[in-house]
Design a protein around this ligand. Structure first.
Ligand code: AGP
Length: 613
């Protein structure tokens, strides 16, 4: 949930740390801080609020140009949002400083132990306990190496951590370590950068090494060495980042969310590139180690995910069950990990996670593997923990998603899942002609999405008209129900308004009690099949005073006069229609959030990837 960074090299560390923090701010943004070692002293600078506030304070007051330092953007877990609780935390005597992502679960016990040894604490955080434990172990044997003092301390820690530690005693070295919290080393020219996130290092180097759980590393300007907590020597694997620095820049857009909505044609093109079969009747995924026979004999597919990725999986269920006729279960990862879900002998498990770091999804993956199942991942983040823990998987290739509310990553997940449904369907019931039509639809997706993006102005006008309403109901049937869920989630996330989603007909079984003159009902009704039924449901809410926005396809011809608003998207194959249908809802959430004065890129209380339980 927090972003951490460390720099050791020959340049002034402060500016590099702040640049990295700004690029990782989507990870957490209630406070931020840096600490630079200069002339034998650690100089911290922390501020409550956004990185911009810290950057201002840095330009006004900070005069320390040391070439080694650490930084942090925080999403509070232990202790409220205050400068005192912000990272970096210093040990008593200021010999050590730390930035930490994760939770030290046994911190009370360690704190008590340290208090008995004379340590005093100035914050409410678990992190301050950890840095003083390091100091304690250092003092027991000042002749030992830096890495040894940290290693000894970590052996006593229960919980999760990604840490970077700085010290006046070892002025040329940073120590980093991880357990269930991402950490990578960016290898530069006579400089190295450690971070929780590739976005923070991509500007300086594309060569990175991802630490594995239980690994600890010493990093200097010219070198690094990785070992394990029990002093083993793991093999370091060098990865090449495929992220472009422009991905994490606004490029003229007022917000990342809007930029990422408009990037969707390219993103979807990238998700599909090279993934159609030679005969153009099916798809193929290079990274998928399962054979066509495996797919044909699968008795069940299980998807585990959270949030928007969970909604994408619900859509995947619809497509796979409709076209491939395999039963599909979709589980919240956070629930699956604690329940003994019945699974078949030939169940294939997919975990879906944009960030590849969501702790619940990772735990679901571990649980399925523990039970002996093959687990494949669909993720946007190359080298992420989930990508490395899964047997194999499919990358989304959506580029960095900076907006906390997922847009382009969601539609690229949908695209990959639709292609997966086609692949499985072609091993079973779907004939070549139907396969060809499906492929044609997928190929047309980027161009059709461009047409839907033209709705931006219309959706802005609707947001203008309805943003002051108190309640929003999103209603959709079958393939449009996951889209209704996603539309409601987007509005909640970026505009903080009460938005709920139901299958359209289910609305009569309770939710209709909420409907009044203060309600806006958004019907995602882009399927011709259900139009008559939906039209009746619309009358039911209109009769109770609700305003109605209905999203339909161009091929649905009806008298529009009784509806407050009718939004049209191009008619399309059901394999891509849900992808088109969500885009107007993304715009609606974005513009409503803006009109209500919300920070749409960094909504309150949220963080881009949820790495704590
Ligand atoms: C979506 O807008 C969210 N911010 C959130 O629901 C997200 O989809 C969820 O936390 C899962 O994240 P992941 O895809 O990185 O695992």
């Amino acid at each position: 949930m927090c972003g951490i960074i460390g720099y050791v090299g020959r340049k002034s560390a402060g500016g590099i740390l702040l640049d990295g923090l700004q690029r990782m701010e989507y990870r957490g943004y209630d406070s931020a801080g840096i600490a630079v070692l200069d002339q034998g002293t650690i100089w911290p600078l922390k501020r409550v609020g956004k990185v911009a506030t810290l950057t201002r304070a840095y330009s006004e007051n900070f005069r320390h140009s040391g070439t080694i330092g650490i930084g942090h953007t925080r999403w509070a877990t232990h202790g409220g949002v205050s400068e005192q609780n912000a990272h970096p935390h210093l040990s008593n005597g200021h010999r050590f400083a730390i930035v930490h992502n994760g939770i030290v679960e046994n911190y009370e016990k360690i704190k008590q132990f340290l208090q008995e040894h004379g340590y005093v604490f100035f914050s409410e955080t678990d992190t301050e306990v950890l840095i003083n434990l390091i100091d304690y172990h250092y003092k027991k044997n000042p002749a030992q190496s830096f890495i040894e003092a940290v290693r000894k301390s970590l052996r006593h820690v229960e919980g999760t951590y990604g840490i970077a530690v700085l010290s006046t005693v070892y002025p040329k070295e940073l120590i980093v370590a991880r357990k269930s919290s991402p950490l990578l080393i960016g290898i530069g020219e006579r400089e190295n950068i450690v971070a929780s996130d590739a976005a923070a290092v991509a500007r300086y180097t594309k060569r990175v090494i991802y630490l594995n759980d239980g690994e600890i590393a010493s990093v200097t300007a010219d070198n690094f060495s990785i070992s394990t907590l029990d002093a083993g020597a793991p093999k370091a694997v060098l990865h090449e980042l495929d992220w472009e620095i422009r991905d994490s820049e606004l490029e003229g857009y007022p917000h990342y969310m809007l930029k990422e909505i408009f990037e969707q044609p390219t993103v979807l093109e990238n998700a599909m590139r090279g993934r159609f079969s030679e005969d153009d009747c099916s798809t193929k995924f290079g990274g998928l180690p399962i054979t066509l026979q495996d797919l044909r004999s699968a008795d069940r597919i299980l998807f585990c995910a959270c949030g928007s990725a969970y909604h994408a999986c619900l859509e995947g269920k619809f497509w796979i069950e409709k076209f491939a006729r395999i039963p599909v279960d979709v589980e919240y990862a956070s629930e699956f990990r604690y329940r003994n879900a019945p699974m078949g002998q030939h169940t294939i498990v997919f975990v879906v996670s944009q960030s590849g770091e969501t702790i619940d999804t990772l735990a679901a993956l571990n649980e399925a593997q523990r039970r002996g199942y093959r687990v494949l991942a669909i993720t946007n983040t190359v080298g992420s923990t989930i990508a490395r823990a899964a047997e194999a998987g499919i990358y989304q290739h959506a580029g960095v998603e900076m907006g906390v509310a997922s847009t382009k990553a969601f539609t690229s997940q949908l695209t990959v899942l639709s292609m997966l449904a086609l692949l499985i369907a072609r091993t079973r019931d779907m004939d070549a002609i139907a396969g060809q039509q499906y492929v044609r639809a997928l190929r047309s997706l980027p161009e059709t999405v461009k047409e839907v993006l033209d709705l931006s102005v219309e959706m802005q006008a609707l947001a203008q008209k309805y943003h002051h309403y108190k309640r929003f109901l999103f209603l959709g049937r079958q393939a449009m129900y996951p889209i209704a869920l996603e539309g409601a989630l987007k509005l909640k996330e970026v505009a903080y308004v009460d938005a709920q989603a139901y299958p359209t007909a289910e609305m009569k079984h309770g939710p209709i009690a909420l409907v009044s003159e203060e309600t806006v009902c958004l019907f995602i009704a882009t399927q011709r099949t259900f139009w008559e039924k939906t039209a009746s449901n619309i009358q039911e809410v209109r009769a109770r005073g609700a305003k109605v926005i209905v999203i339909v396809s161009d091929d649905q011809i009806f008298d529009e006069r009784p509806y407050d608003e009718v939004v049209r998207i191009p008619a399309a194959h059901v394999g891509i229609k849900p992808i088109l249908s969500v885009i107007p809802l993304q715009f609606f959430a974005y513009y409503t959030g803006i009109l209500l004065g919300c920070d749409v890129d960094r909504p309150r209380n949220l963080a881009k990837s949820v790495t704590v339980e």
